[in-house]
Design a protein around this ligand. Structure first.
Ligand SMILES: CCCCCCCC/C=C\CCCCCCCC(=O)SCCNC(=O)CCNC(=O)[C@H](O)C(C)(C)COP(=O)(O)OP(=O)(O)OC[C@H]1O[C@@H](n2cnc3c(N)ncnc32)[C@H](O)[C@@H]1OP(=O)(O)O
Length: 232
């Protein structure tokens, strides 16, 4: 495994990977704490968008939020990002990820499932993801598809950074439950080609194609990161 933010030699620096061996009990504990906290903050974000209460109640809420922020900041990570934290057995935590991070209230969250052919997630895009009135923001849908297609490529053993993502918005996507899915279509050397879609109960609303490229620094990493195991 590569070292945290380490120099890989030959000038190759990999940011954002932290070896942090956690026991199963500690990992289970941290997972529960993270899930509860993140769910609370997600409710707060949604309530912020949808509140129609009086000024005194807003002022009261703001005092509580300031106190909650101060409590969380009593001790913080040594880095300015969560990164990819991994155990030596290869299991990884992407808890800061904007789409799937379990410690990130910005993430919808999408829980990804995989089978031999596809990666998919079924989840809710609520009021905080609005673009046009009552509809999901197109950039959010691009984010969702970036993640699902990228994860499909990664899960199929051909990970890469997004080189090109092409999105076709076929119909508007109403806020509410959606399904996103992606699959790896083919691999050409360091480039993985994936396709996928977002759909609602009424059918496909968005289609996407992505080219995911194994970056130079990962090619130099002797497959260390590429061969890492599953997510926690
Ligand atoms: C185990 C290893 C892990 C590897 C890393 C995986 C990380 C992800 C893992 C898991 C994914 C989970 C899901 C994640 C989902 C979200 C992903 C994101 O949000 S990623 C952030 C947004 N994307 C960027 O920030 C990229 C910024 N761009 C770059 O870093 C480089 O430009 C990069 C890596 C795309 C290519 O740079 P070069 O230096 O490695 O490669 P050169 O030598 O320039 O090009 C190689 C080949 O690729 C083509 N190419 C280059 N850029 C292209 C592009 N944008 N589109 C299409 N082809 C491109 C070139 O024409 C060349 O092709 P020819 O060999 O000549 O056939």
């Amino acid at each position: 495994m590569v070292a945290a933010d380490g120099d890989r030699g030959a000038g190759v620096t990999v940011r954002g990977y932290f070896n942090e061996d956690l026991s199963p009990a500690e990992l289970e504990h941290r997972t529960r704490v993270a899930d509860d906290l993140t769910a609370d903050v997600r409710r707060l974000v949604s309530a912020t968008v949808l509140t129609d209460t009086d000024d005194d109640s807003v002022a009261e809420a703001r005092r509580h939020i300031a106190a909650a922020t101060a409590a969380l900041q009593r001790r913080t990570l040594d880095s300015d990002h969560f990164g990819i934290r991994y155990n030596s057995d290869g299991s990884r935590r992407h808890w800061g990820n904007a789409m799937v991070g379990r410690r990130n209230p910005i993430a919808p969250p999408m829980v990804l499932h995989h089978d031999a052919e596809r990666t998919w997630a079924e989840f809710e895009l609520g009021a905080q993801y609005e673009g046009p009135g009552g509809l999901v923001h197109g950039g959010v849908l691009a984010c969702v598809l970036d993640q699902v297609l990228g994860s499909a490529a990664e899960h199929a053993g051909a990970p890469g950074m997004t080189g090109t993502l092409t999105i076709r918005y076929r119909r508007a996507t109403p806020l509410g439950p959606v399904r996103a899915e992606g699959r790896l279509d083919r691999v050409e050397g360091i480039k993985s080609y994936a396709t996928g879609s977002v759909s609602t109960a009424d059918g496909v609303t968005v289609e996407a194609e992505g080219v995911f490229i194994l970056p130079r620094w990962a090619r130099a990493a002797d497959g260390d990161i590429r061969t890492a195991g599953g997510d926690a």
